[in-house]
Design a binder for this molecule. Structure first.
Ligand SMILES: [Zn+2]
Length: 435
């Protein structure tokens, strides 16, 4: 019986139907013989990481898929800070941050452009300029992670219950930093919001006066004169993935958030680079997963390529990314099918290749292949064909229960071999000792 499940997670794979693709989704339009082969060999369905219609970012979707409750979620700012190796303290608040071009309009700051083009030495110099700030008892730090992106860390009596200053859309003003409504009476949330606002205004003043921006103005380039923030987070106590599901987990992934999430829930991570060829990257990651399958019961193999292509807002880019991934899968499919593993292919959320939404709430296709797994009548891997499969609509932690089941690790309901009621069997039970 297989003892390892490999989850191939094609980020943002789900999409909408487009006239430019003759009414098909990019996945329906793409030539995917290897994904279709998997669909024809196993059970298929649709997957919703939380609930139908909810537009999810990868972090919340992955957290739900790995069998955690949203109430336990620490916030993306914390996860990226941890993934970047910044080791945020347990009481610190960490926020996603990046540089933008701003224009003063009346008493607002209009967002002109996200991450204007800049040389690496400019990026580093500007990050150093805003690296440290103190407001009362609260200390603020900026750490550059890559390009014009970084993490703002706040220390002191701080709270993550504050709003985003980043409006996302250009030609709109920066958003006021406020405490959340349900934290309205919380002095630390009010003070955190006030300190962050003061820091962002100070950043704008410092950056606008810097010689880099004097030069950029002369050259007619957009100034890099502001910092915006999103998705504040803070560490919290959660049971680890292995304690919750009785499996050792590994994430093979290429982004700070995934590494931070893995460390937060006690999974190991293999930090792999992205090249310009997502199919090659996927094949390499799957080869690595095969080598690691003896040491782990659950391996997450991630590709960001479909999501990135979706954000380009050109459905043909997404078709090309999907076809590249399918070719990559084709390089290792024979070995994978010969292995004693359960192989799942799905996504975390849909990323629409057109329209104003960042992500959208449609379900994503799901397929699973392995020993003993039912074969249904689906022969194509896409959002519509998989809906006719034997698994129907799966949600959230259904995935982890099904993985335990497919690996013959599901506990018969009602058995209690440990004081803690856990979903896996056998548990970490203790032998009865004679006095
Ligand atoms: Zn995305």
């Amino acid at each position: 019986m297989p003892r390892c499940c490999i989850l191939v997670l094609l980020d943002g794979l789900g999409d909408r139907a487009y006239a430019s693709l003759q009414g098909k989704t990019p996945l329906q339009a793409a030539a995917t013989p290897h994904l279709d082969r998997l669909a024809s060999m196993g059970s298929n369905g649709l997957f919703q990481a939380i609930r139908p219609g909810l537009a999810l970012p990868s972090e919340n979707a992955h957290f739900a898929m790995f069998g955690f409750e949203q109430a336990e979620f620490p916030g993306r700012g914390y996860l990226e800070a941890a993934g970047a190796g910044l080791a945020p303290g347990r009481e610190d608040v960490a926020l996603l941050a990046h540089f933008v071009s701003l224009k003063r309009q009346g008493n607002t700051l209009q967002l002109i452009r996200h991450r204007p083009k800049a040389e690496v030495d400019e990026q580093e110099a500007l990050a150093r300029l805003v690296a440290s700030y103190i407001k009362g008892e609260i200390a603020v730090r900026y750490d550059r992670t890559h390009g014009l992106d970084g993490i703002v860390t706040m220390k002191g009596a701080v709270s993550p219950a504050i709003t985003d200053s980043d409006p996302l859309e250009t030609a709109t003003p920066l958003v006021e930093v406020e405490p959340w409504q349900d934290a309205g009476g919380d002095a630390s949330a009010r003070e955190t919001a006030a300190a962050l606002k003061a820091y962002l205004v100070w950043c704008h003043e410092q950056l606008a006066a810097h010689p880099i921006n004097t030069k950029r103005r002369k050259r007619g380039e957009p100034e890099i004169n502001g910092v915006v923030t999103q998705r504040a987070g803070r560490w919290r106590q959660v049971d680890s993935f292995s304690k919750r599901w009785g499996m050792q987990g590994l994430s093979i992934s290429s982004g700070l958030m995934y590494w931070g999430l893995a460390s937060f829930i006690g999974m190991d991570s293999e930090k792999v680079p992205d090249t310009a060829d997502p199919g090659h990257d996927l094949a390499e990651r799957l080869r690595l997963a095969r080598r690691k399958a003896a040491d782990y019961e659950f391996i997450h193999v991630h590709s960001k390529a479909p999501d990135v292509a979706g954000h380009s807002k050109d459905p043909f880019n997404k078709v090309a990314a999907i076809e590249s991934l399918d070719r990559g899968l084709g390089k290792v499919i024979e070995e994978l099918l010969a292995d004693e593993i359960v192989l799942v292919v799905t996504a975390d959320h849909s990323t629409p290749s057109s329209g104003p939404l960042v992500h959208s709430g449609e379900a994503v296709p799901f397929t699973v292949v392995g020993e003993g797994i039912r074969r249904d009548n689906v022969f194509l891997f896409d959002e519509v064909s998989c809906a006719g499969g034997a698994l129907g609509m799966l949600q959230g932690s259904d995935l982890m229960y099904l993985v335990l089941n497919w690996l013959d690790r599901a506990k018969l309901q009602g058995l209690m071999d440990t004081p803690r009621n856990q979903p896996f069997w056998p548990g970490s039970r203790r032998p009865l000792l004679l006095d």
